[in-house]
Design a protein. Structure first.
Ligand SMILES: Nc1ncnc2c1ncn2[C@@H]1O[C@H](COP(=O)(O)OP(=O)(O)OP(=O)(O)O)[C@@H](O)[C@H]1O
Ligand SMILES: [Mg+2]
Length: 294
């Protein structure tokens, strides 16, 4: 059936960039990003469970801020946050729910509650880039109909009763450029047109969109109209050192060595005005190498 569909190849390509949210590795949210995490997760849950998103002109969130501030990781953690949403909204009455359970078998219901019906789809420039002109547009279209692909059983996950898809367009400026940008080419115009069209049509109660960028000046205003924008600042130094502590602990570095390394990392980060998580991670590794921590 999927062989006939013009989207078939595009969907098959996308399946490599998709995972059930239950497979996302959990990471502790730093205090600096906790408010954004709560806000986005509440909205996402409302869209997915209360049908709020069905007609919403707003289709998701745009995270903007300097590189290494945790934008991509936070989207992954928010997506993971819907692991436990209840399917209650799908049933108007208790009878409906029972009928569903009988029809699908108890196991199906249990597996629903573990969250395999919620998927995270990661899209960046490399996912969309294809050697053939025109393919990029069809892959982009397939992102927005991926929900149907899962529902109809085209993927390796079999038929999914009521899938929800969280799409992340990571570093969206590598995919689309503002039409006002001097470097925007014909290719970008065509991608923009497809993206805006699909975003307008998408049912955000089933497919919810996140985008990240560290070059906000290259993001088209039409995208900002459709996504709620949140600005990221580099985290506080205490937060960076907290993550550093966890990294060293997870890496099995001895406690004595941890203290030494943390002190050195703190000193090094003082050389930077606004150090990012990536700056800290890099320094932790450098210190571990130099001090032969392993
Ligand atoms: N809460 C966290 N705890 C531990 N590590 C984190 C956390 N958030 C982010 N990181 C790590 O910090 C690094 C930078 O995070 P991330 O890639 O999300 O930043 P970004 O803002 O998306 O950067 P860019 O704009 O360059 O894409 C990554 O290695 C990520 O795994
Ligand atoms: Mg990123």
């Amino acid at each position: 059936m999927f062989e006939d569909n013009f989207n078939a190849n595009a969907w098959k390509r996308l399946i490599n960039f998709c995972m059930p949210v239950s497979e996302i590795t959990p990471v502790e949210i730093i205090p600096d990003n906790k408010r954004t995490y709560d806000k986005c997760l509440n909205v996402l849950k409302a869209f997915f469970t209360k049908g709020v998103g069905r007609r919403s002109p707003l289709k998701g969130f745009l995270f903007e801020g300097v590189p290494g501030t945790g934008k991509t990781e936070l989207v992954r953690q928010i997506a993971r946050g819907v692991i436990d949403i209840k399917p209650s909204s799908r049933f108007k009455t208790t009878d409906d729910k029972e009928a569903y359970q009988i029809a699908m078998g108890k196991r199906k219901m249990d597996s629903y509650n573990k969250g395999p019906e919620r998927f995270f789809l990661f899209i960046d420039g490399a996912t969309i880039a294809t050697p053939k002109w025109g393919d990029a547009e069809s892959i982009l279209q397939a992102v927005f109909s991926f929900h149907n692909f899962l529902e109809e059983g085209g993927s390796k996950y079999g038929k999914i009763a009521d899938p929800r898809v969280i799409v992340l367009f990571d570093d969206i400026e590598s995919l689309m450029l503002a039409r006002t940008s001097e470097i925007a080419k014909e290719w970008h115009y065509s991608i923009n047109a497809v993206l805006f069209h699909e975003l307008d049509r998408v049912d955000a109660s089933k497919t919810f969109v996140f985008a990240t960028t560290n070059k906000p000046e290259l993001v088209d205003d039409a995208l900002r109209d459709r996504l709620y924008s949140i600005k990221f600042k580099p985290p506080k130094r205490e937060s960076l050192l907290e993550i550093a502590k966890r990294l060293l602990w997870d890496a099995g570095v001895s406690e004595r060595m941890q203290v030494e390394i943390l002190k050195a990392v703190e000193e090094k980060l003082k050389e930077k005005k606004l150090p990012t998580i990536r700056d800290m991670e890099r320094e932790v590794i450098v210190q571990c190498v130099e001090r032969k921590a392993w």
